[in-house]
Ligand binder design. Structure first.
Ligand SMILES: [Zn+2]
Length: 270
């Protein structure tokens, strides 16, 4: 018997991680006057109802990027904020892609921690209004602000969010132990990882968008070494060091390891 509902964890005061069946993590930050939902998952659960059970405050929804496992549940909301460069990608997501993603992640859950049927993926009833968000924008929740940073590499429009007061960085998929860089140059990813590293004195915790991914034990803040390892992997790729050949989304790709991390990229896009 696995878990049938998303796992909600209070990771910091008034800050919740919502683990969508080992596929990804969404975050809810609650301030004095408003709340902010970061990402919407693949769309396997009543996320709107779940948020309502955690806060009565009005809230905004922001997407760290337009991938299926972050934007897939956006139809439950009237408006979402997303970087302009990822808007079309999010709009173009299909039911089949979302269902395929849920199926492939479900198959990675070898221990059966989560009892989820890809058939639970909800069909979109509507596409929400998309509002652009970019570097320097601030979500003011009352006594708590979340500041937007433009951090492309994983996608063209990836963003991260910094809560300076509570010293928390929400990094989406911009820089983690398995950073995919399949549409953008490796040099761009390296720049992003270096920027996050340069911000390290502004946060103590760095939560990526895949806490508890496929039952993996990484359910806490990422260690500092992740930034160093991703930068080192990018440097190795840019220097032309030999990488592992892998296939990603039906196309050949390269995987470069460094420390506990790996980056996956296209050989022709350094
Ligand atoms: Zn992603």
């Amino acid at each position: 018997m696995g878990m049938k509902t998303p796992l909600v964890t209070e990771i910091a005061p008034d800050t919740y991680a919502i683990n969508e069946f080992g596929m990804n993590a969404m975050f809810l930050c609650v301030g004095k006057e408003r709340a902010l939902l970061i990402d919407t998952g693949t769309g396997l659960c009543d996320l709107k109802g779940l948020v309502a059970s955690l806060t009565e405050l009005p809230y905004d929804v922001v997407l760290t990027h337009g991938h299926v496992d972050h934007a897939g549940g956006m139809d439950q909301f009237e408006t979402v904020y997303i970087h302009e460069a990822d808007m079309q990608r999010a709009k173009d997501l299909t039911y089949e892609e979302r269902r395929h993603y849920a199926g492939s992640l479900h198959s990675m859950d070898k221990d059966g921690a989560f009892e989820v049927d890809p058939g639970q993926v909800r069909r979109w009833q509507n596409i929400p209004e998309m509002k652009p968000v970019s570097e320097g924008d601030v979500f003011d929740l009352g006594g708590r602000q979340l500041e937007v940073f433009f951090m492309p590499g994983h996608t063209a429009g990836s963003i991260t969010l910094l809560d300076r007061k509570n010293r928390i960085h929400f990094s989406g998929d911009a820089c983690n132990i398995n950073t995919l860089c399949l549409d953008r140059p490796v040099a761009e990813l390296k720049h992003t990882a270096e920027r996050i590293k340069a911000m390290e004195d502004l946060f103590d915790q760095d939560f990526n968008g895949h806490l508890g991914y496929a039952g993996m034990p990484l359910i806490t803040s990422q260690p500092k070494s992740v930034r160093d390892d991703v930068i080192a992997a990018c440097e190795k790729a840019l220097a032309g060091e030999e990488a592992e050949d892998v296939v990603f989304l039906g196309r050949p790709a390269k995987a470069m390891n460094s420390g506990r991390c790996r980056i996956v990229y296209r050989a022709e896009s350094l």
